[in-house]
Design a binder for this molecule. Structure first.
Ligand SMILES: O=P(O)(O)OC[C@H]1O[C@H](OP(=O)(O)OP(=O)(O)O)[C@H](O)[C@@H]1O
Ligand SMILES: NC(=O)CC[C@H](N)C(=O)O
Ligand code: SF4
Ligand SMILES: [Mg+2]
Length: 484
């Protein structure tokens, strides 16, 4: 049985213009962004008016195992690692999507989710559009094709006036790289410099990996255009309130990334300190759940004075989606992902820090592991508020029915996971880690905690359930050939 074991990630996008080994640079940048999506990956490059691309299902290294990067020539390239939000995990939905238009070739990589994609698609199909995939991303390309006879930038602007949702989009044409961030800034996008080349990436950690310098974040609603004449920036036509994704900082992004002026590790550590002050626990040791909660656990230990210990070890070779052993083997003690360190835990009162509880599966399993390893008490502290509502902007968490906090009180969740005590942060406490006073106008989206979405969400809940059902039966791996 294949299990979706967690809040599923979103996607990672990257683009570079003006580098002699553009596809190779893109490949290594995508390695740094692999945590953002493991279902599919792809790269498109351009040289002499031709577009070259390769994409397939699986991890980047699997997708490119038999395809030399020299088959993707040119000084400009874009790349994508995917976790589906709309449309199942099939190779047709892998990205970059490459199309030929009357204005030349165009490739697109998208992180995010368009909440009105279904309605737009129905209208476009009525007008004669034929779609090659079921992903929301393809809608953008059809809207561009129909936008008329303007320049590519004008046609992209016209298309984006019609879409609602979260997006970091990276386009590659025969002669330009274009990157756009959604008006609220729901999805992150950073700008970097690699020698004379310009690069854009979902997270700044990609720049570190390829030896590029992080220049700045792309502003919400901003469009960046890079061609042989250099870089131009086109500000948003109308400004709307910033609604940056808090969950990037809580869980999704890598701790070495800086997003919108905050370092992810520093924020997580601060969340841990706040948790210790506002929701203290009596214990002998503090343990973080690897990987994402290590920073918060360090903050909790520092502020509480309780020593930080490594009481859990994670098998780094178990992917996020994995084949779970049968109940029989589980009963016999086969545990693949996490193990408790008995000598650390035995006879101790443990304060267990995790960044979030989504379905409650992880916490329940870990509390049980710690008790079996001899912990006398397990007090669970979560470095975010209860996750109650589905994200519709690019993070494919379970449908609302599977979110444990949507239908249980904190006390009920405590009982369910078998902890001695349980506490979460409030939204105001979460926001205070970023330096905001309680109740002020936060420039963040907190919809998964509050249910207050910054845009209309149309019929997304229904769609999320359908996507989940089809993804569960999709084949896991297949690759396409190089086209060009
Ligand atoms: O309540 P659940 O549905 O179980 O999901 C929540 C858990 O999933 C995530 O960790 P993940 O297993 O993805 O590992 P990571 O921290 O190493 O990314 C998150 O950090 C929580 O531990
Ligand atoms: N998780 C994402 O950002 C996915 C991007 C796009 N919505 C897709 O389904 O492919
Ligand atoms: S709903 Fe949550 S996960 Fe989604 S964009 Fe908003 S803060 Fe991020
Ligand atoms: Mg985790």
């Amino acid at each position: 049985m294949i299990l979706w074991d967690k809040p599923r990630e979103e996607c990672g996008v990257f683009g570079v213009f003006g580098h002699p080994a553009a596809a190779e640079v893109t490949y290594y940048a995508l390695i740094a962004l692999q945590h953002r999506g493991q279902e599919a990956a792809g790269i498109a490059s351009t040289a002499d008016g031709r577009m070259y691309s390769h994409r397939g299902l699986g991890l980047l290294t699997d997708v490119f195992a038999d395809v030399p990067l020299q088959r993707l020539p040119g000084r400009a390239a874009i790349g994508h690692v995917r976790y589906s939000t709309a449309g199942s995990n099939t190779v047709q939905n892998a990205q970059p999507i490459v199309v030929g238009t009357h204005q030349g070739n165009l490739a697109l990589a998208h992180n995010g989710n368009l909440v009105n994609a279904r309605q737009l698609r129905i209208e476009l199909e009525k007008q004669g559009s034929l779609f090659q995939s079921t992903s929301d991303t393809e809608v953008v390309l059809h809207l561009i094709a129909r936008a008329g006879r303007g320049s590519l930038v004008e046609n992209i602007q016209a298309a984006l006036r019609q879409v609602v949702g979260g997006y970091a989009l990276v386009f590659l044409s025969d002669d330009a790289l274009i990157a756009v961030r959604d008006p609220h800034g729901l999805r992150p996008l950073a700008l970097g410099r690699l020698g004379d080349a310009w690069a854009v990436a979902s997270e700044s950690c990609a720049f570190e990996t390829i030896g590029a310098t992080f220049v700045r974040d792309v502003e919400p609603g901003e469009m960046i255009l890079v061609d042989e004449r250099g870089l131009r920036t086109i500000p948003p036509a109308a400004r709307v309130p910033k609604r940056l994704c808090t969950f990037e900082h809580i869980y999704f992004a890598r701790p070495d990334s800086d997003i919108d002026g905050w370092n992810v590790h520093a924020i997580r550590k601060q969340l841990g300190r706040i948790l210790a002050r506002k929701h203290p626990a009596q214990g002998d040791i503090v343990i973080g759940v690897p990987d994402s909660s290590i920073s918060a656990a360090a903050g909790f230990a520092e502020a509480s004075g309780i020593p930080l210990e490594m009481g859990l070890v994670k098998n780094r070779y178990i992917a996020r989606t994995f084949i779970q052993p049968s109940q029989e083997l589980r009963d016999a003690g086969v545990r693949l992902k996490l193990n408790a360190v008995r000598s650390v835990v035995d006879g101790r009162r443990v304060v267990l820090i995790d960044d979030s509880i989504v379905r409650g599966t992880t916490s329940r399993r870990i509390v049980q592991l710690l008790r079996e390893a001899g912990a006398t008490e397990v007090h669970v502290r979560i470095a975010s508020p209860p996750y109650k509502s589905t994200c519709h902007y690019g993070i494919d968490t379970s449908s609302k029915g599977q979110l444990v906090a949507a239908s249980h009180t904190v006390e009920e969740i405590r009982e369910l996971i078998g902890a001695d005590s349980l506490a979460f942060l409030t939204v105001d406490e979460l926001m205070s880690a970023f330096g905001f006073a309680p109740g002020s106008a936060y420039p963040f989206c907190n919809a998964c905690f509050t249910g207050a979405y910054p845009t209309p969400v149309h019929d997304m809940e229904k769609l999320a359930n359908e996507t989940r059902a089809s993804a569960a039966v999709a084949p896991r791996r297949a690759t396409t050939g190089v086209s060009g």
